[in-house]
Structure formats: C-alpha cells, structure tokens
Design a binder for this molecule. Structure first.
Ligand code: FAD
Length: 349
C-alpha cells in the first residue's frame, strides 16, 4: 500500500487527497500548518470568493475545463459542499479591450471577446447594449458557481460522500511510517519550503470586504480607474456565507492587514455598479461582516505540476495557482493522480 503524504490543506492539497483517496490501495495523510477553519495570511484558500470565471488563455487548457463539470455537479447534487449556482456577468470596458487586442493586458482569458469558455457554460450569451451599465462596451452572462470556502474545505477534508476519506489529517508529522511519496501543495509558502524554495512564487495580494447584503448576480469588470492593482468583482456565497466585494490584485505585496482607503473604494465601486446590493442607499446601506486579505500564490511561468525526486523520495508538486486555485482544482488534482501513478509504477533502476 503506497504511503502518501500531502503537505498542505488548501484546496490544492485537499482535492489531491480527495481524488487519491478514491484509489483504495493508497494510504493518505494530509499534513499542514493551517487547516480548514484557520484564517492566516500564509493560507490562501479560506479568503477566496470563490467562483468560476475561466482565465486560461488557451482553449485547450485542461485544468479549468476538467474542473467545471465536477463543481457544477457538486452544486446540483451535494448542497452540503456549500457550492451554489449563480448567474455571472463579465463586463468589458473599451479601453481594456484595446489593451487586450494590443496584447498588453493581464486578464485576457476572462475578458476576451468571443471567449473559448462560451462553449463550457450551457447558457452563455452576450449581453445586449441596453443591458450594459455606463462605461461598459460589451459583456456576457452565464450560470457559474460560487463556493462558500468555509463549508467546502472541511467537506473536502472529511467528506462522508467520498468513497474513503483521507486516512489522516494532522497538523504535525508525527507518524513514523515510511513515506513512499510526498505531494507538495504548499501554495505561496513553496517559496520558502526547504528543498524547494521556488523564487518564482510571489504573492498577489487580494483585499476584500464581506457584507451581509445579497447580490442579484455575480459580476466582474475588466478594470477600474481607481488605483493601480484595484479590480472589481462581487459574488454571494451559498448558505449565509455573505457577499464578497473585491478587490485588489497587487503583485509582490505581502501586507496582511486591510487598508481602510482601499476598503472604501471597494464598497463605493460595488454600490455604483450594483445599486440593488444596498437597496439604493449607497455605502451606508452595506452591512459589513469583516474585511479580509489573502495572498494568491502566483508563479512566474505558471503552475508547477510535475514530479521530482528529492533526497531519494518522489515529490509531486501542485502549487502556484494564483487566482484560479478552485476553478482549476479538479483538473490539477487529476494530473497529480497521473503523476503519482507514473512515479510509483516506474521500474527501479
Ligand atoms: P493554500 O490555500 O495557501 O494552502 C497552502 C497549504 O500549505 C496550507 O495548509 C499551509 O498551512 C500549508 N503549508 C505551507 N507551507 C507549509 C509547510 N512548510 N509545512 C506544512 N504546511 C505548509 N480562486 C478561484 O478559483 N476562484 C476565485 O474566485 C478566487 N478568488 C480569490 C480571491 C482572493 C481574495 C484570493 C486571495 C484568492 C482567490 N482565489 C480564487 C485563488 C485561490 O484562493 C488560490 O489559488 C488557492 O486557494 C490556492 O490553494 P493552495 O491549496 O494551493 O494554497
């Protein structure tokens, strides 16, 4: 029985453990400094909205394509995961479209006109001109999902619906059994992990405001003029998880505390774009639950999904998912399973 240790209990580690646990021969232990229920700046997963808004630039991208059907199934069939379906709007500003056409725009996969993902969502449609708010050149609408991460992460870890939940979930590494393979899902901290210390991994800081108000739909816009690194999105979590107002996308910033000026800009943008959110009462009509900051584990060169032998032991890396860790989670974890099979079935030299 292969003894597999997953280091990390974010969405990448837990989804990897969940899929690996379906193979009855595997013995799996998840070891992590932070666990579902914790809020920490070194732990990105609880801070995510999280929803599915495809960002991949290539239509052939496997990670998001293979994840969507499973998240949709969970939303439809397993309500205890804290995932629900919600209409989603993507707004494109003319100035961002121009940058996009010129190839100098970071989020081109999501805001592209005629995007590859139009065939992923059954009800994808372009919005008509009279459905667009002021300042928006074009837009699209489709049904996506929003994940209440505080329900979904524990569900992944302890799910009774999984054929066999991971054998152990622990904060320390106390077990003395021989380890056959390690899965490295340490996210941003892969930049400091001994034996890995990947200097291509950097934080992309995301500040959010969580409010009790409910949004009529999820929405994101291709840019804002407010401040460098400011972005705009709104999503309402399932099961009373509040509405997330975003946000920022600040590369290289580690600051863990919320900035009050940024928070005010986030709230103003939200009520301007979706006045119904606060019954037309503006920022005063928002009922704030908390302010939050999470660090997206960005990796120059993209996600690291490969196997490597370190000190005689196989390690399968699965880190560096930036802002798409949930929406790519099943596609990436399926690749982890393949890499584990390759590593463990490889004949000894
Ligand atoms: P993490 O969640 O950071 O987990 C890392 C784990 O490794 C933790 O358990 C940590 O304790 C452990 N660890 C690290 N080092 C060690 C060590 N040395 N020893 C033991 N344990 C260690 N994604 C989406 O798909 N959709 C969204 O809408 C979305 N919105 C986001 C909004 C914000 C504000 C932010 C911040 C992120 C958002 N993301 C979204 C991105 C998503 O949250 C991340 O891509 C994802 O959470 C990364 O998960 P992970 O498991 O790789 O890393």
């Amino acid at each position: 029985m292969p003894n597999i240790v997953v280091v990390g209990a974010g969405v990448s580690g837990l989804t990897s453990a969940y899929l690996l646990s379906k193979e009855s021969a595997n013995t799996i232990t998840v070891v992590a400094k932070h666990m579902p229920g914790d809020y920490d700046i070194e732990y990105a997963s609880p801070w995510a909205g999280a929803n599915v808004l495809p960002m991949a630039t290539k239509p052939s991208s496997r990670w998001e394509r293979q994840t969507w059907p499973e998240l949709k199934r969970l939303a439809e069939e397993v309500p205890e995961t804290g995932i629900h379906k919600m209409k989603s709007r993507v707004y494109r500003r003319e100035k961002d479209l121009q940058k996009l056409r010129g190839g100098e725009y970071a989020f081109d996969g999501l805001f592209k006109e005629d995007p590859w993902y139009k065939t992923l969502f059954e009800d994808f449609r372009e919005l008509s001109k009279d459905e667009l708010p002021r300042g928006v050149a074009s837009g699209a609408e489709f049904t996506s999902v929003c994940i209440n991460t505080m329900l979904y992460l524990p569900w992944l870890a302890f799910s009774s619906t999984s054929p066999r939940p991971p054998h152990g979930v622990t904060r320390g590494g106390s077990k003395k059994a021989k380890v056959d393979l390690v899965i490295n899902t340490t996210g941003l901290m892969a930049s400091r992990l001994g034996g890995v210390a990947d200097q291509d991994v950097v934080p992309v800081r995301g500040q959010v405001v969580v409010v009790r108000n409910e949004a009529p739909y999820m929405v994101t816009k291709s840019g804002t003029d407010d401040a460098e690194g400011d972005v705009f999105y709104i999503m309402t979590r399932a099961a009373g998880g509040g509405t997330i107002l975003g946000g920022t996308y600040q590369k290289g910033q580690w600051e863990s505390q919320a900035d009050p000026n940024t928070a005010l800009r986030i709230m103003k943008r939200a009520v301007e774009m979706v006045p119904e959110l606060a019954d037309g009462k503006g920022v005063q009509g928002l009922d704030v639950v908390r302010h939050g900051v999470g660090l997206r584990p960005y990796r120059n060169g993209g996600v690291r999904l490969e196997k490597e032998k370190i000190g005689g032991t196989w390690v399968v890396h699965n880190y560096g998912h930036a802002g798409w860790g949930y929406q790519g989670s099943y596609g990436c974890a399926e690749r982890v399973v393949e890499l584990v099979d390759e590593a463990l079935n490889q004949p000894k030299l």
